[in-house]
Design a protein around this ligand. Structure first.
Ligand code: NAD
Length: 498
């Protein structure tokens, strides 16, 4: 059985803990490899290695670091097809979608290569008599990233790209469900000129994560995954005196106003709800048509489109979406569909029991559509993380605005309308971190920041963009007076600023 290795100090390292987890090919429904689950000692070795690399990498000038990052981008692009195939085979998303996963990560590394500009400090001359003040941003040291299965390239690149550009060294603990791409990315970083140990990859479960949280040499934790784990890691990091940004689950709504282009809204919903089998933190899982006539028309348009959808193998060009990641995910999603029926929602399209010719054991769940879902139902409140779209009809705009605003999660939201006033009011008042106007999945580009509100994000700084640089650096402020400055003798009062 193939073993996906750790990647430490510039080489592939076999696991020694004796604990392994199966990695599946979700199209075949078969075990394709095994991934080692690290012991505390193995995690400590990875941290040692990154600690040693820190001295060299943090003192390499920022522009040279940027050049290494740009070379890394080149190598990722040169190996794009291989990486995307590997990603599809372990995750189940289609090949073009896997390329998109990698590309959105690469864009953040490109942005991070501009770190010399972003790391510049502040300077004030003559802040007092003969006194100058300046501030600088310094790397934290060794930092850790703990990332989810659903974007095995993008999210590691978001975190490592910015952290490395700022001069930190990085220990990545990727999802154990699709661990191969992160290892290849680290290999390519080495090939690009990153010193050994600058980017280490250690696989594992709670044991590895706890070791990272508890080790005093780890100075920051960047996490993305489900909300309960995000919250517990955030609390654990605080307990161990380290900064953390922990992003969690989602229940993203899309409001469709009566004046919207309904054909366009229906097309947008199809991709946003069923693309990547709904396994995106920015997937739309709740559609909120305003008014009965809008809802009835939208349902008609969605049904027509769902009939034409192709569920199929990830590497098959005709597939609109592929299988879900695992048997447990398939069971969880199908169980939620049953719960929705029991709760009284109207099941218009049932994706349970979907099959694909030639792949009888694949983890297939077909597109599912519920109508007349209400806020008290579990299928409305909880994250299903599969190809299940719930329609929650709203009587008017105010009700449609309240639904995402009052939901426990607050990752992304969209409004489809032709009316600028309505769009402006919505973007101003809605209690959600990322908002799209006629854009169903408003994932901010690299030079803006990404982060949800409420149970979707714990911590005060978002990912990538300038927030990312702030998160991965600490500010030092230097107040200077040279001997030729004013000589006042000893002073026993607090000096004033002016
Ligand atoms: P997950 O929470 O199961 O796992 C995420 C990471 O945490 C993995 O590396 C995993 O090994 C680790 N982990 C799992 N259980 C742990 C435990 N008990 N203690 C410590 N670490 C543990 O999430 P997932 O299933 O891999 O990913 C899907 C989830 O991620 C969804 O909820 C999705 O909405 C969310 N997500 C959020 C964002 C965002 O930016 N908000 C982006 C992508 C995914």
């Amino acid at each position: 059985m193939t073993q996906v290795p750790h990647f430490i100090s510039g080489r592939r390292v076999e696991g020694t803990s004796g604990r392994f987890q199966d990695v599946y090919n979700p199209v075949k429904g078969e075990v394709a490899a095994q991934v080692p689950l690290a012991s505390v000692e193995e995690v400590e070795n990875a941290i040692d290695s990154s600690q040693q690399a820190f001295a060299k990498w943090s003192t390499t000038n920022a522009q040279r670091r940027g050049r290494v990052l740009l070379k890394w981008v080149d190598l990722i692009n040169e190996n794009m097809d291989e990486l995307a195939t590997l990603l599809s085979n372990e995750h189940g998303k289609t090949f073009p979608d896997a390329k998109g996963d990698i590309q959105r990560g690469v864009e953040v590394v490109e942005f991070a290569a501009g770190a010399p500009h972003l790391l510049k400090g502040e300077y004030s001359t003559a802040a007092g008599t003969g006194i100058d003040v300046h501030s600088l941003r310094q790397p934290l040291g060794v930092v850790a990233g703990i990332t989810p299965f659903n974007f095995p390239a993008m999210i590691p690149l978001w975190k490592a790209g910015i952290a490395l550009a700022a001069g930190n060294t990085f220990v990545l603990k990727p999802s154990e469900r699709d661990p191969s791409v992160p290892v290849r990315l680290a290999e390519l970083a080495l090939e690009a000129g990153m010193p050994e140990g600058t980017l280490n990859v250690i696989h594992g479960d709670k044991t590895a994560v706890d070791a990272l949280i508890e080790d005093p040499r780890i100075k920051a934790i960047g996490f993305v995954g489900s909300s309960p784990i995000a919250q517990s890691i955030y609390m654990g990091a605080a307990k161990h005196n380290k900064r953390a940004q922990c992003f969690g689950g989602a229940k993203n709504h899309m409001v469709i106003m009566p004046d919207a282009d309904l054909e366009q809204a229906a097309d947008a919903l199809m991709g946003a709800a069923y693309g990547s089998a709904g396994e995106r933190c920015m997937a739309i899982s709740v559609a909120v048509p305003v008014g009965e006539a809008t809802a009835d028309k939208l349902v008609e348009l969605l049904r027509e489109r769902i009939d034409k959808l192709t569920l199929g193998p990830s590497l098959d060009e005709s597939s609109d979406f592929g299988p879900v990641v695992g048997k447990d995910a398939k069971e969880r999603i199908e169980n939620y569909i049953g719960i929705g029926v029991d709760e009284g929602a109207e099941l218009l399209v049932d994706g349970r029991g979907a099959t694909v010719d030639g792949h009888p054991n694949g983890f297939w769940v077909g597109a599912t559509l519920f109508d007349r879902v209400t806020p008290d139902m579990r299928i409305y409140k909880e994250e299903i993380f599969g190809p299940v779209l719930c329609i929650a009809r709203a009587a008017d705009y105010e009700e449609a605005l309240r639904l995402p605003s009052e939901h426990e999660y607050g990752n992304g939201v969209a409004i489809f309308t032709r009316d600028g006033d309505t769009a402006r009011d919505f973007t101003t008042r809605v209690e959600v971190g990322m908002v799209g106007v006629n854009v169903p999945i408003p994932v901010p580009i690299a030079y803006y920041t990404f982060g949800g509100w409420k149970a979707s994000g714990f911590g005060d700084l978002n990912q990538h963009g300038t927030d990312g640089l702030k998160f991965y650096t600490k500010t030092k402020t230097v107040t200077t007076r040279w001997p030729s400055g004013a000589k006042e003798g000893a002073s026993f009062v607090m000096p004033e600023g002016s």
